[in-house]
Design a protein around this ligand. Structure first.
Ligand code: HEM
Length: 465
C-alpha cells in the first residue's frame, strides 16, 4: 500500500452537489438514492461531493466507478472498516469479513468462499424446493400477500439450512427482526442509535444470541469429535482452530448472523422486484411460467438445470439492474486519492456509485423499461456498465449462491401459484431502509394454485460426477 501517493499539482476543484441549506442532499438522496446519484453524475461528472445526514461525503460514480473499484488504486486507497465498525462493536467481535481489507480480508474470504458459493447447494435442490413449498403454504395462502415479508421468511429458512445446516424455524421471526434493526441502525444508520434500545430489537437480538451460542457450542463439540460438517460454519470453525488470531472465538457468533445480514434483504428485495417486473410487463409471465413448468416436469433438479433457466435468470438480472440493492458502495479513503485529476482527501467517507450506468441510455437503451432480453443482447457487458453485486475486493461472495437460490424461488413460485398484481395499473412504491428496494406495502393477489406441491427426488451426485 502506498500511503504517500504523489498528488499532481493543480488538482481540479471537486464540484459540490446543490442541496437545501442545513439538510444538504439528505432528502433527495433518501427519497431515491439511485436517481440522486444519476442526476449528480449528469450535472457534475464522475467526481463530486454531497452532504448527507450532516456529513460531507465524496462520490466517484458512473462507469468510471465500476472500473476504478477493480483497480490497484482502489485496493490501496479504500478501506471498509468504518462502515462496519458499529456492527462489530455491538457484537463484541474483533472483525467481520466486510469490514477488513488487505491480507486479512483475503484470508477470511478464502475460508468462507466455499460455504458462500452455489456449491453449498449441490445435491440439495429437492430440499430447497420443499422449503419453498412449506413457505408457500405458510405465508402465501391469503388472498393478498405482502411480498417482501413473505420472501424474507422463505430466505431465512433457506439460508439457515444451507449455511449452517440448521434452519431453526422457531427463530425465523427473531432473525428477521434482528437483521432489519442491525442494517437500519448499525450499518446503514438510517435509523438513530437509540433504536438499539427498542424492546423489539433487544428481545430478537437476545434470542439470536442464544441461538448463536448453542450453535457455537455444538460446533466445538463437532470439532472435538472430528465431525465438523462441510458448510460455512464448519469451514469457519476450522479456520478458527487453525488460526485463532484470525478468526477469534468472539467472532464466531457473528458468522451465524453474517449470511443473513448479507443475504436476507438483498435476496428478498431482488426477488420482489423480479415478481413485480414479471407481473407488470406484458408478455413476460407466460415465458416465465413455461420455463418454470419445464423445470418441474423433471423429477430431479440439478444446479445445471437452475442455471439453465435463462429467461428467469434474465428477469432476475433485470430486476437487479432497475432496483439495485447497493446503489453505492461505501468506503473511507486511506490516503489522498487522485482520480481523473481530482484529489479526494485522506480519511474521508466516499460513495462509489457503481449502479449509475444501470440507468443510463448510453448503456441500457430505454433504461426504465423492464426488458429481460437485454442480457441476450449483452448490454450489461460494456465496461463498468452493470454491477448489482458490487465491484472490487468486497464484491458479493454469495453471488453464485444468490443466483441459484433466486432462480429456484422464482421458478417454483410461478410454477405453483397463479399470482397477479393488486391491479394491472399498480405502480411499485419503493423504500430505502434498510436497503433500497420495493416497499413493504407491495402486495400480490393469489388467484389460486397452478400446480400442487410435489417433492423432487434427491440428485445422485455420485452418478453426476
Ligand atoms: C440479490 C442478492 C444479492 C445482492 C444484490 C448482493 C449484493 C452484494 C454487494 C453489492 C456486495 C458488496 C458490498 C460492498 O462492496 O460494500 C455484497 C457483498 C457480500 N455478499 Fe452479497 N448480495 C446478494 C446476496 C448475497 C447472499 C445470498 C449472500 C450469502 C448468503 C451474500 C454474501 C455476501 C458477502 C459475504 C459479501 C461480503 C464480501 C466481502 O466483504 O468480501 N450476498 N453483496
Amino acid at each position: 500500500m502506498n500511503a504517500e501517493t504523489k498528488i499532481s499539482a493543480g488538482a481540479k476543484a471537486i464540484p459540490v452537489a446543490k442541496g437545501i441549506p442545513l439538510v444538504g442532499n439528505t432528502m433527495e438522496m433518501s427519497k431515491d438514492p439511485a436517481a440522486f446519484f444519476v442526476r449528480c453524475y449528469r450535472d457534475y461528472g464522475p467526481v463530486y461531493r454531497v452532504n448527507v445526514f450532516g456529513q460531507k461525503n465524496y462520490v466517484i460514480a458512473g462507469p468510471e466507478a465500476g472500473q476504478f473499484m477493480n483497480s490497484k488504486a482502489a485496493r490501496a486507497g479504500l478501506r471498509s472498516k468504518e462502515f462496519w465498525q458499529d456492527f462489530v462493536d455491538h457484537h463484541g467481535a474483533s472483525k467481520t469479513l466486510t469490514g477488513v481489507d488487505g491480507e486479512v480480508h483475503q484470508k477470511m474470504r478464502a475460508i468462507m468462499r466455499d460455504g458462500f458459493s452455489r456449491g453449498a447447494m449441490a445435491g440439495r435442490y429437492h430440499e430447497l424446493t420443499d422449503i419453498i413449498d412449506a413457505s408457500i403454504t405458510r405465508d402465501w395462502g391469503g388472498k393478498e400477500v405482502p411480498v417482501i415479508e413473505a420472501f424474507q421468511y422463505m430466505i431465512v429458512h433457506m439460508l439457515g439450512e444451507v449455511m449452517t445446516g440448521n434452519a431453526p424455524l422457531e427463530y425465523v421471526r427473531d432473525i428477521r427482526v434482528n437483521i432489519l434493526y442491525i442494517l437500519n441502525v448499525l450499518v446503514t444508520k438510517q435509523r438513530p442509535g437509540f433504536f438499539k434500545f427498542m424492546p423489539e430489537f433487544k428481545k430478537a437480538a437476545a434470542r439470536v444470541d442464544e441461538l448463536g451460542e448453542s450453535m457455537v457450542e455444538e460446533f466445538f463439540a463437532h470439532a472435538e469429535a472430528g465431525t465438523l460438517p462441510k458448510n460455512l460454519l464448519g469451514d469457519v470453525m476450522r479456520g478458527h482452530l487453525n488460526d485463532p488470531e484470525l478468526i477469534q472465538k468472539r467472532d464466531l457468533k457473528l458468522v451465524l448472523t453474517g449470511p443473513y445480514v448479507a443475504g436476507l434483504d438483498t435476496v428478498a428485495n431482488s426477488l420482489a422486484a423480479a415478481v413485480y417486473g414479471i407481473l407488470k410487463t406484458p408478455g413476460i409471465l407466460e415465458k416465465v411460467r413455461a420455463e418454470a413448468d419445464e423445470l418441474f416436469a423433471k423429477d430431479v433438479v440439478t444446479e445445471k438445470d437452475v442455471l439453465g433457466l435463462s429467461y428467469i435468470q434474465n428477469c432476475l438480472k433485470e430486476a437487479m439492474r432497475l432496483w439495485p440493492i447497493a446503489v453505492a458502495q461505501v468506503r473511507t479513503t486511506n490516503h489522498d486519492l487522485e482520480f481523473e485529476g481530482y484529489v479526494i482527501p485522506k480519511d474521508e467517507n466516499i460513495f462509489l456509485g457503481t449502479s449509475v450506468p444501470h440507468f443510463m441510455e448510453e448503456f441500457f437503451p430505454d433504461p426504465m423499461k423492464f426488458d429481460p432480453d437485454r442480457y441476450d443482447r449483452r448490454e450489461h457487458l460494456k465496461p463498468g456498465a452493470y454491477a448489482p453485486f458490487g465491484r472490487g475486493t468486497h464484491s458479493c461472495l454469495g453471488q453464485s449462491l444468490a443466483e441459484v437460490l433466486m432462480g429456484i424461488c422464482v421458478a417454483r413460485l410461478f410454477h405453483r401459484l397463479d399470482i397477479a398484481l393488486e391491479s394491472p395499473d399498480y405502480v411499485l412504491k419503493t423504500k430505502t431502509a434498510p436497503t433500497p428496494g420495493p416497499a413493504m406495502s407491495f402486495k400480490i393477489k393469489v388467484n389460486g394454485e397452478r400446480n400442487p406441491a410435489k417433492s423432487l427426488r434427491a440428485e445422485n451426485l455420485g452418478e453426476a460426477a
